[in-house]
Design a protein around this ligand. Structure first.
Ligand code: GTP
Length: 438
C-alpha cells in the first residue's frame, strides 16, 4: 500500500473531514461481561440506542463529514444490520465497516486501512473510541484545529487527582492549549487533564507518525508497545511475536511523540464524560445520555408526571402499568412488561424482560428476557456522581456497585439481590449479596 498523503487545503477551499470509530473486537470488552456474552458492547443499548449510534449522532452534527469507517475485528456480520439501518437514518454520510484480520491496536487499524481513509484526499479525520460516553464536541475540536493550524487535537477532561493515573494524562500549556507532554497511565501524578478517547488528526501528520513508530519498533522491538516485564519475558515475546508485533497503540506508541514534536492541542470539555468499560458503567452512561436528551427536549423522553421522574426512556412497545413509578435515569427496552406498584430507578431494563408487581429495581441492569417476581428487590449501591469507578468496597471486599442480571435470568418472588453479577440463565431462589453467580 502506498502512502498518498494530501496536502492541506489552503487558500479558501473547505478542508474535507472523515471519521473513524474504533470498536475493538470480541477479545476486548471482557469487562463488559456478562452483557457482552449476548450482545457486542458497541451494539448494547444505553438511553434506548446502541452505544455506537451515540457516536454516529455526534458525527452527523458535523455537516462536512461524508464518510465514516467503523474499524474493528468483529466478524462482518456483527454490524451488517446496524449499518443497513444507520444508512437510512444518516443519509448525509456513508458508513463502512473495515475488519482487521486480528487486533492491530488503536493506531494499527488506522494504518492498515490508510488507503481507504486517504481516498478522496481528506485533510483530516476524527478518531472516536466507541467505548466513551460524552457530548462529543466535534465542532469545537474542528474550530481549535483550524484556529491553531493544528496537526492533532485531543479531547480532554478533568478528573479527580486520585483517578487521573488510570487514564492517559495530558500536560498542556494553559494559555495556548498546546499539548506539552502525554503519558498513558503514569505511575505518579502528572496532571488531572485526561484523554477522552476522541481525536482529530491531520492526514499529513498521523500516518507518518504511525509509520515511524512501526519503524522504531522494528529496530527495537521490545522497547515500543510492550515496555513491561511481560515484554521482557522472552517466552512471551517468542510465542506470538508476529501477532504482537503488529499491534500499535495511539495511547502508548504515538501520542507522546506528537506532544514532543508536533502542533498538538487539547480541547478541554467541561461537559460530561465517562468510559463504558465494565457492564456496570452502562448505568452512569445511560443516565448521562438520558439527561442530555431531556435537556435538549427530545421527544423520546417520557413526559414527567407523578410516576415518571425524568429522565425516563420507555420503548413504544413496552407495557408499563400506570401505578409503577419510574426514574430518574431509567431506560425501558422493547416488549418489557412492568407490573403495578413496581419502582425502577437508575436502571436499564432490556428487551422482553418482565418485572412483576411491587418489585423494586435500582442501580441495576435487568438482562434480556429476564423475569423478576413479585415483591422482589434487585439493587446496587449508588456511587458518587464524579466517580469513574463501578466497584465499591463492602466488608473489605471489592464488589460491583451495579447489580447485573444477564440474559434469561429469574428472580423468585420476595427474593433480594444486592450488588451481584448474575450470568445468563440463572434462577435466583434465595437472597444474595455481593456475589458473582455463575
Ligand atoms: P484501557 O482503557 O487502557 O483499559 O484499555 P482498553 O483495552 O479497555 O481500551 P483501549 O483504550 O485499548 O481501546 C479504546 C477503544 O479502541 C475502544 O473502543 C476499543 O474497542 C478500541 N480498540 C482497542 N483495541 C483495538 C484494536 O486492536 N483494533 C480496533 N479497531 N479497535 C480497538
Amino acid at each position: 500500500m502506498s502512502l498518498q498523503v494530501p496536502s492541506r487545503a489552503k487558500g479558501g477551499a473547505t478542508p474535507s473531514t472523515k471519521a473513524v470509530i474504533l470498536v475493538g473486537g470480541p477479545a476486548r470488552g471482557t469487562r463488559f461481561r456478562p452483557l457482552s456474552l449476548d450482545v457486542p458492547k458497541p451494539l448494547f443499548d444505553v438511553a434506548g440506542h446502541p452505544i455506537l449510534e451515540h457516536c454516529l449522532n455526534a458525527v452527523a452534527k458535523v455537516p462536512d463529514i461524508k464518510e465514516v469507517f467503523i474499524i474493528g475485528y468483529y466478524e462482518e456480520s456483527v454490524f451488517r444490520d446496524f449499518i443497513r439501518d444507520a444508512a437510512r437514518n444518516y443519509p448525509n454520510f456513508s458508513i463502512k465497516y473495515l475488519r482487521e484480520y486480528q487486533a492491530l491496536g488503536t493506531a494499527g487499524g488506522l494504518y492498515h486501512f490508510r488507503d481507504a481513509i486517504l481516498k478522496g484526499r481528506p485533510d483530516r479525520f476524527f478518531v472516536i473510541n466507541a467505548d466513551v460516553c460524552c457530548s462529543f464536541p466535534l465542532t469545537e475540536m474542528l474550530k481549535l484545529f483550524d484556529d491553531r493550524d493544528a496537526e492533532a487535537v485531543i479531547l480532554g477532561t478533568r478528573v479527580n487527582d486520585d483517578a487521573a493515573t488510570n487514564f492517559g494524562c495530558i500536560v498542556s500549556d494553559a494559555h495556548n492549549k498546546r499539548v506539552l507532554h502525554y503519558v498513558e497511565k503514569p505511575e505518579s501524578h502528572i496532571s488531572n487533564l485526561i484523554n477522552c478517547g476522541v481525536y482529530l488528526f491531520s492526514t499529513e501528520c498521523i500516518f507518518p507518525a504511525v509509520k515511524s513508530a512501526i519503524k522504531r519498533r522494528t529496530e527495537r522491538p521490545r522497547l515500543v508497545s510492550y515496555p513491561s516485564t511481560e515484554a521482557l519475558d522472552s517466552s512471551f515475546f517468542d510465542q506470538d511475536d508476529a501477532e504482537k508485533s503488529e499491534v500499535i497503540r495511539l495511547e502508548q506508541d504515538i501520542l507522546s511523540d506528537l506532544a514532543d514534536s508536533r502542533q498538538f492541542f487539547v480541547l478541554e470539555t467541561k461537559d460530561f464524560w465517562r468510559q463504558i468499560k465494565t457492564a456496570g458503567s452502562a448505568v452512569p452512561a445511560n443516565a448521562l445520555y438520558l439527561q442530555k436528551a431531556f435537556q435538549s427536549g427530545s421527544e423520546e423522553i417520557s413526559k414527567p408526571s407523578a410516576n415518571i421522574l425524568p429522565p425516563v426512556y420507555i420503548h413504544p412497545t413496552a407495557r408499563v402499568d400506570p401505578t409503577a413509578k419510574l426514574g430518574p435515569n431509567v431506560s425501558i427496552g422493547a416488549n418489557v412488561t412492568i407490573g403495578p406498584g413496581v419502582r425502577v430507578k437508575e436502571a436499564i431494563v432490556l428487551e422482553d424482560a418482565e418485572i412483576k408487581h411491587d418489585s423494586c429495581v435500582m442501580y441495576a441492569i435487568v438482562g434480556w428476557s429476564s423475569k423478576i417476581g413479585a415483591w422482589a428487590r434487585v439493587e446496587g449501591t449508588p456511587t458518587p456522581v464524579a466517580s469513574h469507578n463501578t466497584t465499591i468496597i463492602k466488608n473489605g471486599v471489592k464488589v460491583q456497585s451495579i447489580t447485573i442480571l444477564g440474559k434469561d435470568c429469574g428472580v423468585r418472588d420476595e427474593v433480594r439481590v444486592q450488588n451481584c453479577v448474575c450470568l445468563p440463565n440463572k434462577e435466583l431462589k434465595r437472597d444474595v449479596t455481593n456475589e458473582v453467580i455463575m
